[in-house]
Write a protein that binds this ligand. Structure first.
Ligand code: PMP
Length: 354
């Protein structure tokens, strides 16, 4: 640390992203898609677009917001785009809960929520999950605090039903409820249609998981236009050009290609279900994940050791050294082939220990 860092940030504990590697491994540690993006993405990244990179990107992101609005049957003034959904979450937590505001989230959830709360001086309550890792909906009814919930939750993969989300949103009319739907494409319980009914709901989504564009860094939030105006006010006070021209073009092309992505998403869901069954047959406890990852524990081997053994075999998975989940691994659902390699390597590791 330098002598110059403001006292406000001296104790900040940053978010730790999953590792990115250059060597060839089976990479199941950061919930990326095993598929390349839609071929339409390549088509739009033309020389003509590259030749215009001397110009700033459109700060209003008209092309991208229009494409997203069309997909979700909302008006473009209900869409806010960010440099990844992390950017959208950051603006929302800063703007609606910042400096002395109150926020609550599940105790076991996306690791960035506490980091943003800390960064923006938000008082955060982390609400414990039930023993089976489910979210107890009653804990969020009439909470009188802003709320952020990942649905499906990460790293547990468990999802709240549409009706439960509506109960939470409708019982907190004076607070913002952020539903982080980063993994919702793999689940089908989206609360997106509720944004038209409830002025206190913001739903965030990302291109990083279902749309195979993690490297592009694009996410978005959908809410009533007053919320979007507020987010834009913050963005235009911080970084008006938060998405570059290439990302705008690529994401707008991707979001329109339902045929391509519906097929990839169903393949991932089918592989998830198959591998969860196979792991259960090997004695693992797996949550009923509705996401593009599996959350699994075995009483035959500690999770940290299994992660280390898999790494020796060039398979990366995510281990969280955190109370209550430190015997679980979060395993991204990769290609059907890579997942079969994973299952055979896990059986071999367990055999060796017999
Ligand atoms: N929400 C959740 C629950 C996540 O797991 C992630 C991925 N780390 C994000 C949001 C952010 O994703 P991105 O910034 O790539 O859109």
């Amino acid at each position: 640390m330098s002598r110059f860092l403001s006292d406000n940030y001296k104790n900040l504990v940053p978010y730790v992203p999953g590792e990115q590697v250059n060597v060839k491994v089976i990479k199941l540690n950061t919930n990326e898609s095993p598929f390349p993006p839609s071929p339409k993405v390549k088509e739009v990244l033309s020389e003509e677009v590259i030749d215009k990179l001397n110009l700033y990107s459109d700060p209003e992101l008209k092309e991208l917001t229009a494409a997203i609005a069309k997909q979700f049957d909302v008006t473009p003034d209900m869409v806010f785009c960010g440099n990844g959904s992390d950017d959208v979450l950051a603006f929302a937590i800063m703007g609606f809960c910042g400096a002395g505001g109150k926020l609550c989230c599940p105790e076991i959830s996306y690791g960035f929520y506490p980091v943003y709360a800390d960064l923006f001086g938000v008082e955060l309550e982390q609400i414990p999950l039930a023993d089976d890792f489910s979210i107890n909906v009653e804990d969020y009814i009439g909470k009188n605090k802003n709320i952020v919930i990942a649905n499906p939750n990460a790293p547990t993969g468990l999802a709240l039903s549409f009706d439960d989300v509506e109960r939470i949103v409708s019982s907190n009319p004076d607070n913002l409820v952020i539903m982080d739907e980063a993994y919702m494409a793999f689940c089908n319980e989206s609360c997106m249609e509720l944004v038209k009914k409830y002025p206190n709901l913001l739903v965030t989504r990302t291109f990083s998981k279902s749309h195979s564009l993690a490297g592009l860094r694009v996410g978005f939030g959908i809410a009533q236009k007053e919320i979007i105006e507020d987010l834009n006010k913050l963005k235009f006070s911080f970084n008006p050009y938060n998405i570059n021209t290439l990302s705008v073009k690529a994401a707008a092309a991707a979001i329109a290609d339902n045929e391509y992505y519906d097929d990839k998403i169903s393949q991932i869901v089918a592989t998830r279900e198959k591998v969860q069954l196979q792991l259960r047959e090997l004695g693992f406890t797996c949550t009923d994940s509705k996401s593009n990852f599996i959350f699994a524990a075995s009483d035959r081997i500690p999770a940290s050791e299994l992660a280390a053994e898999l790494r020796k075999r060039n398979i990366l998975v995510r281990y969280f050294n955190k109370a209550k989940i430190d015997n679980y691994l979060r395993i991204t659902v990769g290609s059907a082939e890579d997942m079969q390699t994973l299952v055979s390597e896990i059986s071999a590791i367990l055999e060796e220990r017999k």
